[in-house]
Design a binder for this molecule. Structure first.
Ligand code: ADP
Ligand code: ZN
Length: 314
C-alpha cells in the first residue's frame, strides 16, 4: 500500500504519495495565500490528497507542520501562519474527511525520520537531524525510534543555551544555539564584524553586486576568496556550530548527525572545518564515534518524512 505525506509550509501545502521504498509516485502543491479560514485550509489539504491518491489504497497520511505540535492528540498548537489555525484538531478533522489514519508531527521531526529511513541516516541506530536554516530545527531518532518526548516537543536543540549573556532569541531566552549558528546568526555576526572593521570586505562587495544585505552565503563565498574578515567570521561560526554538535554528541551518543537546511548548501567549505572542530570539542572517549553528514533529501524531505511514518520500517 502507498503512503501520503503533507508538508504544511508558510506559503504552500505540498503533498506527495510514496511507495513502500520511498519512491515519489505523485505530487501536488497549492499556495496558502488567499485561504480565509481553517475550513478552507483543511479542504485544500484534502484536495491535494485526493489529487495524488488516485485509485491507490493508502496506509496512512502523515502531516508535517512547523512550530509546536501535539502529536499525541493530533493538534496544532502554534507556529503556522494560517487563518484561525492554532489549536486546530487537524488529525481528527482529516480522518473524518478521508477515512484514512492520519498522524501529525513537527516538520523537523518529520525531516529527521525521512533522513533516517530514506536519506543520509540509512543504516544508523541513533541519529540526530539538525537543520541550519533561518533558525535551527532538529529531530531525534534514538535506538531506531523517532523520539518525541512527553509532550511531543522533543528536539528543540536550537534553543539550548550556549551563552547565558548572549543575544536575545525569538523564544525569549538569551544565547540560544540558534542565535549563533543559524543562517540568520551567521549574517548577524558577519554584519557586526563589518561594522566594527576599518578594512573593506569582499562580503560587502558580493552582497552589493546582488543588491542584497550580506547573508550567510556571502560569508562562505568571500572566505573562499581569502577575505580575512569573512574567514574570521567563519571561524567563529564553525566554533559555535561545533559547540552545539558536541553538546548533541555528549547528550545522545548518536552514531550519526545529519545536517540539512540552507547553510549546509555551503558544502565542503562548511563540513570540513566543522568535522575537525567538533572532534576537537568532544571528550576523548566520544572521538570517532559520530559521523557528521550532509542531508540527502532535498525540498521534499517534509513530505517524505511524514509519509514514512506509515512505512513498515525495520
Ligand atoms: P528556511 O529557513 O526558510 O527553511 P533555508 O533552509 O533555505 O530556508 O535556510 C535559509 C538560510 O540559509 C539563510 O540564512 C541563507 O542565508 C542560508 N543559505 C542559503 N544558501 C546558502 C549557501 N549556499 N551557503 C550558506 N548559507 C546559505
Ligand atoms: Zn531560543
Amino acid at each position: 500500500r502507498a503512503v501520503i505525506g503533507v508538508d504544511l509550509g508558510g506559503t504552500k501545502i505540498a503533498t506527495g504519495m510514496l511507495d513502500q521504498d520511498g519512491g515519489l509516485l505523485a505530487r501536488s502543491q497549492k499556495a496558502t495565500a488567499g485561504l480565509q479560514s481553517s475550513k478552507e485550509v483543511i479542504s485544500t489539504i484534502v484536495d491535494t490528497i485526493e489529487e495524488v491518491r488516485g485509485q491507490h489504497e493508502i496506509a496512512g497520511v502523515g502531516v508535517a507542520s512547523p512550530g509546536m505540535v501535539d502529536s499525541k492528540n493530533g493538534v496544532i498548537l502554534n507556529g503556522v501562519n494560517l487563518p484561525d489555525w492554532d489549536g486546530i484538531s487537524l488529525q481528527s478533522e482529516l480522518e473524518k474527511r478521508l477515512g484514512i489514519s492520519v498522524r501529525l508531527i513537527n516538520d523537523a521531526n518529520a525531516a529527521a525520520w525521512g533522513e533516517y529511513v530514506y536519506g543520509a541516516g540509512r543504516g544508523s541506530q541513533s541519529m540526530v537531524y539538525v537543520t541550519l536554516s533561518t533558525g535551527i530545527g532538529s529531530g531525534l531518532v534514538l535506538d531506531g525510534r523517532l523520539f518525541l518526548g512527553t509532550s511531543s516537543f522533543a528536539g528543540e536543540l536550537g534553543h539550548t543555551v550556549i551563552d547565558p549573556g548572549g543575544a536575545l532569541c525569538g523564544c525569549g531566552q538569551r544565547g540560544c544555539w540558534e542565535t549563533y549558528a543559524s543562517g540568520t546568526a551567521i549574517a548577524r555576526i558577519a554584519n557586526e564584524a563589518i561594522a566594527e572593521s576599518a578594512a573593506a570586505s569582499q562580503m560587502t562587495t558580493l552582497a552589493a553586486a546582488e543588491g542584497v544585505p550580506v547573508s550567510a552565503k556571502h560569508v562562505f563565498q568571500a572566505a573562499g576568496m581569502g577575505d580575512e574578515l569573512a574567514n574570521a567570521t567563519l571561524e567563529q561560526v564553525i566554533h559555535y556550530t561545533g559547540l552545539g554538535l558536541a553538546n548533541i554528541i555528549h547528550s545522545f551518543n548518536p552514531d550519526c548527525i545529519v545536517i540539512g537546511g540552507g547553510v549546509s548548501r555551503a558544502g565542503a567549505a562548511f563540513f570540513e572545518p566543522l568535522l575537525k572542530k567538533t572532534e576537537e570539542l568532544v571528550m576523548e572517549p566520544y572521538r570517532g564515534t559520530c559521523k557528521i553528514k550532509p542531508a540527502e533529501l532535498k525540498d521534499d524531505v517534509g513530505i517524505i518524512g511524514a509519509a514514512a511514518l506509515f512505512v513498515d520500517h525495520q
